[in-house]
Design a protein around this ligand. Structure first.
Ligand code: KG4
Ligand code: ZN
Length: 334
């Protein structure tokens, strides 16, 4: 097959991003414009502000990507876009931009599920080898997925309540840390000791996760200590929380690898940037002879390069949308 260049757009939350990816694994040019500084003023993403900022920035981000790539729109084979899940107002901006480009330049339009994108971020680091287990951990998702082959997703477990990144951000807020708290909790955890007796969340035989209980345990602990007039040791609490999260994520993922007799693990999503989680998976996979791939830190969080990588495989399989493609706030990965 000739080289295929996919122009991809991602706007599902608070990053406006475009990228050109060659053959599903070679990143030619990517621009990520993060709105994080604006949302930090409000302690979390404000959907109306996010969609307005996507409108302001999408054209500039697309132009900048094409300039960086030294290609023209004529070199592009298809336009891929995140259609969901995510914030509906944010998604719509990316979807409308992609539809407009596909229509004007007569290019195929490729709909990409956001989680498929996170998984395929790994293909930008190292060609994915099947069968594999993918652990997707982000602000909106915590999922264990079995993949027999390219673009065959079988969900084997997921969170019953909060996503792991959401739990990190909520715990950070309780510890009076600024948004987004995940990276800060990770940093402080490395400076503290595991002294607080927090529960191991949903320690059962399933592949499912639950993080609302441990989040509530942190909130209650803080209130109880405050009422007794005691100060919380923020570093130790961050360390205790992170250790429980690492323990349950590794326990269930390593069991899935064993049960499915799979020797390849990939980790994806914003929380895959977590140093504690990365280090423990590296140690365990080394011990159990599992080949582990984690994307570069800047491709763990939302970006369009991952959508371009996934989009290539979707395109190869003939997943082409009509121009009435709509954004979806929620949607299962199939
Ligand atoms: O994948 P992502 O950019 O957006 C979603 O699709 O949700 O993930 C963002 C999430 C946030 O909750 C953020 O706090 C978390 O990833 N995160 C981290 C770390 N870096 C980002 N959580 C824990 N430790 C980190 N180092
Ligand atoms: Zn994401």
């Amino acid at each position: 097959m000739n080289d295929k260049y996919i122009l991809a757009i991602e706007s599902s939350c608070d990053e406006t991003s475009a990228s050109i990816v060659k053959n599903g694994h070679e990143e030619i040019a990517t621009v990520v414009l993060s709105q994080m500084d604006t949302h930090a003023n409000y302690g979390g993403v404000v959907p109306e502000i996010a969609s307005r900022m996507h409108i302001e920035n999408i054209t500039m981000v697309l132009e900048e990507t094409l300039i960086k790539s030294k290609l023209t729109i004529n070199d592009i084979d298809a336009i891929a876009v995140t259609y969901g899940p995510g914030l509906i107002g944010s998604l719509l901006i990316g979807v409308e931009a992609a539809k407009t480009l596909a229509w004007i330049y007569n290019k195929p339009l490729i709909p990409v599920h956001h989680i498929a994108g996170h998984i395929y971020a790994n293909n930008l680091t190292k060609k994915m080898v099947f069968p594999l287990i993918a652990l997707v951990i982000s602000g909106g998702h915590t999922e264990l997925i079995y993949m027999q082959d390219d673009y065959c997703f079988k969900k084997i477990g997921g969170t019953l309540d909060d996503a792991v990144g959401e739990a990190y951000d909520k715990v950070a807020r309780v510890l009076n840390l600024p948004y987004p708290g995940g990276p800060l909790v990770d940093k402080l955890a490395h400076e503290g000791d595991d002294t607080y007796n927090l529960p191991l969340p949903l320690d059962d035989e399933s592949y499912n996760f639950s993080f609302s209980g441990i989040k509530s345990a942190v909130i209650n602990l803080r209130h109880n200590e405050e009422q007794k007039g005691n100060n919380i040791n923020v570093k130790n609490l961050a360390c205790s929380f992170q250790n429980r999260v690492i323990k349950i994520l590794t326990k269930k993922t390593m069991r899935a690898l064993e049960d499915y007799k799979v020797k390849n693990l990939i980790i994806a999503g914003g929380v895959a940037a977590n140093k504690g989680i990365r280090d423990e998976f590296i140690r365990l996979c080394d011990e159990k002879n599992i080949t582990l791939t984690i994307p570069n830190i800047n491709r763990c969080t939302d970006n369009a390069a991952m959508i371009g990588a996934a989009g290539y495989y979707a395109y190869s399989l003939g997943h082409i949308a009509k121009l009435d493609l709509n954004a979806k706030a929620t949607d299962e990965l199939k």
